[in-house]
Design a protein. Structure first.
Length: 626
């Protein structure tokens, strides 16, 4: 987990002192790699990120309250108030380690769930929460901790402007945002493997190779803000969420802090750490108490605190980590590409597949750098994130495979072999690899289940209601720990709680609008063609200017006049509006009290977001009463 002790708005002298400590740490590590005994035990570990949701499956910004209940010391904050993270116990890569890992996952998630329920919330595992909205990403939902506040301040200062996320999939999302809270949309299941320093470069390069097919089998984040995008949209979104590059640095193709990397590792872990210091500005500092070189000279093992803090602000999808445990240093590879969910048993199966595959391939006598280009590896990674099991992947020695065929015919047998070499219990090996094999055979990853569920529910309710039903089904299945390939598709929940429903749950976002200088004939035809009774009027920037009703048009068109006025002459300016978070019952009262037929839905800046009509309220009432 990230270092939380940092200095807010450091002075120039403090920044220089930290940079000196960082350079000393690199020199110290270089000396250690040639003369200090490292802990070379093969161990695995994990970090579990999760969402907190309320009874309507919407984000519940209560993580501070949940942690105050103090039910489990392994739980900690993440960037959003509706996020939590748990750090699990490292264990040796042998015997029942995966069964034990899954058991601990249940313990810590159950503890989080008990604490959440004290705050009228629950825990949901999802790469991206289907019900999250743009207004949930306001700076007020940033966890009140110096680390996150400083991250927001420094990244914005380096960017000289707002964040821009443009992602194309089945739908297209083009979003500009004013803070780092886009990161809070993403939660992952990060797994760690401890490796010996002399093996690091070789094992890391093989890890880079297998990341794409592992991800293809694990995709679980196909929707964001109501848009169907990549099978693992987290990969694209996370890069945008903390991209601190200014426009000038983007023009010269400077690398991003979130990346797959630029090339192979040739010599040692120092290749990566030196690259991080050379390419990326320090964004966190703190007072470093130790001089790592002095510690080495005194025969002690340094913590390399400055290096660890800086490394925590460069988010490679496979990230090297340094640590000290019981007086011995060690190196780990952190696999960051795996999403949270769909279930704990699915996550454990993903981990078993990853580590078994890596254990087998790491014994290969041939160097992967001579058998496939790094460009192919990087392209594989993004292809797997976009297309999941339908990806076509470049592979060793010039071969090309469909991802599902590669996994079934080549990689699952290698993973099985690797788990045998590691001494994993045979029953656990068969159990977890069997889950992954069935998922691939049935072509039902978490992402596939989400998209197929949405397709089945299409047209049966509003978009918000479909996504709410989707999240509710995810939660039910997770609580039974059923693997995702056995999940039935989600269906619309007919029994709704009107008291907790908001305008966003029932509004329509598929709008037909006109401009103030358009002919009223266009508005009349829109109403006729689309069977609607109200047409919003907006400017070229999407701001609401007024509303045009069928009654206004009928009155005008009934006149025998060859001269048709523009829309601006007939529209009702400054109509009564609501926001997405307005309770549905409050909206209904506005409709009745003012004797109007619709309510435009606007954002804080007056941008038109949707519309809710009397028919929407009637459908809500019917669903509650049925």
């Amino acid at each position: 987990m990230g270092e939380h002790r940092i200095t807010n708005t450091p002075s120039e002298l403090e920044s220089q002192m930290f940079l000196r400590s960082l350079l000393n740490d690199l020199t110290a590590l270089e000396r250690m790699l040639t003369g200090t005994p490292f802990d070379c035990t093969s161990r695995i570990g994990a970090e579990q990120e999760m969402f907190l949701v309320d009874r309507t499956m919407r984000p519940a910004p209560v993580n501070v309250d949940v942690l105050a209940h103090g039910l489990d010391s392994r739980l900690t904050t993440e960037i959003g108030r509706f996020n939590l993270e748990a750090n699990l116990t490292p264990r040796e890569f042998r015997g029942p380690c995966f069964r034990d890992l899954e058991q601990e996952l249940h313990e810590v998630v159950d503890a989080a769930r008990r604490a959440a329920r004290l705050s009228k919330a629950d825990v949901l595992l999802a790469g991206i929460l289907p019900t999250i909205r743009v207004d949930d990403l306001a700076i007020d939902n940033l966890t009140p901790h110096p680390r996150y506040q400083e991250l927001n301040r420094t990244v914005l200062a380096l960017r000289h402007g707002e964040f821009h996320a443009h992602i194309k999939g089945l739908d297209e999302l083009d979003l500009r945002h004013s803070n780092v809270m886009l990161e809070a949309c993403c939660t992952s299941f990060q797994v760690h493997l401890q490796v010996a320093p002399q093996d690091f470069a070789r094992v890391y390069n093989w890890a880079q190779l297998i990341t794409a097919p592992v991800l293809a089998a694990a995709v679980n984040s196909p929707v964001l803000l109501g848009h169907r995008l990549w099978q693992e949209t987290r990969i694209a979104l996370f890069q945008h969420s903390v991209d601190e590059r200014s426009a000038g640095r983007q023009r010269r193709d400077a690398p991003t802090r979130v990346s797959f990397g630029e090339t192979w590792v040739n010599d040692s872990v120092l290749d990566i750490f030196q690259e991080e210091v050379a390419r990326f500005r320090v964004i966190f500092t703190r007072l470093i108490d130790e001089d790592s070189l002095d510690e080495l000279d005194a025969g002690r093992i340094p913590e390399l605190a400055a290096l660890k803090l800086h490394n925590g602000t460069v988010w490679r999808w496979n990230r090297p980590c340094y640590g000290v445990h019981q007086g011995q240093p060690h190196l780990r590879i952190e696999f960051r590409a795996l999403p949270s969910g769909p279930s704990l048993v699915d996550e454990t199966a993903n981990a078993a597949f990853t580590f078994g595959l890596l254990r087998s391939l790491a014994d290969e006598p041939q160097d992967p750098r001579r058998r496939i280009s790094f460009d192919d590896l990087r392209e594989n990674f993004h292809t797997a994130a976009r297309c999941g099991l339908k990806s076509q992947l470049a592979w060793l020695d010039g071969r090309s495979w469909a991802a599902d065929t590669l996994i079934r015919e080549e990689l699952l047998p290698r993973a099985r072999q690797g788990l045998d070499l590691a001494g994993i219990d045979a029953a656990d090996r068969d159990h977890y690899l069997g889950i992954l094999a069935d998922r691939v055979e049935r072509q039902q990853t978490g992402a596939c289940w989400v998209l197929q569920s949405l397709n089945q529910m299409h047209g049966r309710a509003t978009r918000e209601q479909r996504y709410q039903a989707l999240a509710a089904a995810m939660l039910r299945h997770q609580q039974t720990n059923t693997p995702v390939h056995e999940w039935p598709l989600a269906t619309i929940d007919e029994h709704r709680d009107a008291g907790s429903t908001t305008i966003a749950d029932i509004m329509s976002t598929d709008l037909f609008t006109v401009r103030p200088d358009d002919l009223i004939d266009l508005a009349a035809n829109l109403m006729d063609w689309r069977h609607i009774r109200h047409v919003p009027v907006e400017d070229n920037d999407g701001h609401l200017l007024g509303i045009l009703s069928h009654r206004d048009l009928l009155h005008q068109l009934s006149r025998d006049s060859k001269q048709r006025p523009p829309v601006s002459a007939l529209m009702k300016s400054a109509p009564i509006t609501v926001t997405p978070g307005t309770p549905a019952l409050d909206g209904l009262r506005l409709l009745v009290d003012h004797r109007i037929g619709c309510l435009p839905v606007v954002g804080e800046d007056g941008t038109l977001l949707g519309i809710v009509t009397a028919s929407d309220f009637l459908r809500l009432a019917a669903s509650v009463l049925s």
